[in-house]
Design a protein around this ligand. Structure first.
Ligand code: TYD
Length: 140
């Protein structure tokens, strides 16, 4: 059995009552970092692949607050795993230095992304070969 698990699913508490549902996500409590940035992705066609990068510094939690998508996570050492995001109360925690690809977006997909950093394009690794070299110790 492949027990490789580069990312971690998070189940948030759903505070529902007769008025509907409420999910609260607090930094250092419900996610393992202080939240410095929030962005969301929507309107991506099903055949689009987003992401295709690794981050030297940023950690993320992704939640499909509406609709569904898939995310493939790779460690650059031969392991990869596909996760499905299909519930507003379920997130995926992505540590630094994993390669990620988001795809298979439903038409109504709204993918909420919580980040541990402010945006800095310099900490993104967008070349897969460069990522492989870095994680395998052949480049910095
Ligand atoms: P990109 O990282 O390619 O999106 P994804 O990972 O979802 O495929 O970002 C698209 C553009 O938006 C790119 O020009 C960088 C910019 N951007 C910001 O300015 N700030 C941000 O926080 C993010 C995530 C992207």
């Amino acid at each position: 059995m492949d027990t490789y698990n580069p990312a971690r699913m998070l189940e948030f508490v759903e505070r529902g009552d007769e008025r509907g549902n409420l999910v609260v996500v607090e930094g250092m409590q419900d996610v393992p970092f202080e939240i410095k940035r929030v962005f969301y992705i929507y309107g991506s066609d099903r055949d689009v692949i987003r992401g295709r990068h690794a981050n030297r510094e940023s950690e993320f939690v992704l939640v499909n607050v509406a609709g569904t998508s898939k995310i493939k996570v790779m460690d650059g050492k031969g392991h990869e795993k596909v996760y499905t995001l299909d519930r507003p109360r379920t997130g995926i925690y992505l540590p630094k230095m994993v390669w990620k690809e988001m795809y298979d977006f439903s038409e109504d997909s709204v993918l909420l992304c919580l980040a541990s950093t402010h945006y800095d394009g310099e900490e993104y690794i967008r070349d897969y070969d460069e990522f492989l070299k870095i994680v395998n110790g052949e480049a910095r």
